[in-house]
Structure formats: C-alpha cells, structure tokens
Design a protein around this ligand. Structure first.
Ligand code: HEM
Length: 159
C-alpha cells in the first residue's frame, strides 16, 4: 500500500513542474525580448521573476521531502553500490536532485544579479542567462514519458 503522504507529495511535485517550467520560461523570454528592444526593468518583470523564485523553491522543498519518503530512493539507499549501477535508482537518488539543485542555484544567481543590477539591460541579461540555464537543466533532469528507463507519466495521479 503506497503511503498516501508520499502519493500526495508526488502528485503535487509532478503537477508543479508545469508551473515551474512555464514561469521560468516566461521570465527568460520576457528578458530576452526586453534585451532586443527596450531593456527597461518593469513591474511585470519583477512579478514574473519573484513568482518563479517562489515556485522553484517550493518545488525544491517538495523534492527533498519526496527524497526521504520515496520507495525508489529508500530501496537505493539500502545498497548504494548496487544502486549506482542501476540507471533508474541512480537517477532518482542522485542525478535528478543534483541537476535540479544546480538549476535552482543558477536561477537564484540570475535573480540576485538582476536585483543588484545598475540598469535594466544588466538586469535582463542576468535573468535571460540564469533562468535560461536553469530551464535547460530542469528540462534535462525531468523523467519525461519518452525517457526509456526513467519514464514517468505526464502527471502522476493519486491512487
Ligand atoms: C526544482 C525543480 C524540480 C522539478 C521540476 C522536479 C520534477 C520532478 C518530476 C516531474 C518528477 C516525476 C514525478 C512523477 O512521477 O510524475 C520528479 C520526481 C522526483 N523528484 Fe523531482 N523535481 C525537482 C526537484 C527535485 C529535488 C531538488 C529533489 C530532491 C532532492 C527531487 C526529488 C524527486 C524524487 C525523489 C522523485 C521520485 C519519487 C518517486 O517516485 O519515488 N526533485 N521530480
């Protein structure tokens, strides 16, 4: 019997990924467009980047909570040597969390530099690069349905 707390965490983590990707992509595109035209830092840019930081941090926290409750990770931690040789166990125990953490750090660096930037052009450049890098890393670290041994559904529903 799958523990219901884990099932709820997995559902929210699975669903929130779309909000995270959409918000980080929007922030990246808005800043890239601003760099090509009028690089002013407007309230819209602040709202979108702050919202991105909030959902990314929430997803990170949910991920850490999942890591401690996941039957997959628990099985891997019982024999880490063997788990490192098994692609799916290695992915959910190490690679996914590590790449997502790197993505979150890149997004926070971009946001921090934008906040301290002397002008709009520098702020948009920091967001376009930091959030853009974070986006690419997150897309690469998601177990999409077409990823052979790592495949997960488009959305993990609660049993
Ligand atoms: C911050 C960006 C993150 C995104 C966008 C993300 C996205 C996802 C997605 C889409 C899944 C598959 C859910 C499903 O089965 O439908 C997943 C599973 C998982 N994530 Fe994340 N994740 C993120 C961060 C993290 C972090 C930082 C950790 C841990 C340190 C983590 C731990 C896990 C674990 C353990 C599972 C699988 C749990 C299981 O089924 O046993 N995630 N994640």
């Amino acid at each position: 019997m799958q523990d219901s707390m884990f099932a709820q965490l997995l559902f929210v983590h699975s669903l929130l990924r779309y909000v995270v990707l959409a918000d980080v992509a929007l922030a990246t595109v808005l800043s890239a467009l601003a760099l090509r035209s009028l690089p002013e830092w407007r309230p819209l840019h602040k709202i979108v980047t702050v919202a991105a930081i909030i959902v990314v941090d929430l997803q990170l926290l949910l991920g850490v909570a999942l890591w401690f409750r996941s039957p997959v990770v628990t099985a891997a931690r019982a024999d880490m040597g063997a788990a490192m040789k098994a692609p799916m166990l290695r992915f959910f125990t190490v690679e996914h969390g590590f790449m997502m953490l790197t993505a979150v750090i890149a997004i926070h660096i971009g946001y921090g530099m934008a906040k301290r930037a002397a002008d709009g052009a520098r702020a948009h450049k920091a967001v376009a690069i930091g959030f853009g890098l974070g986006l690419v890393l997150m897309v690469a670290a998601i177990p999409w349905p077409m990823r052979a041994q790592l495949a997960r559904p488009w959305l993990s529903l609660m049993p």
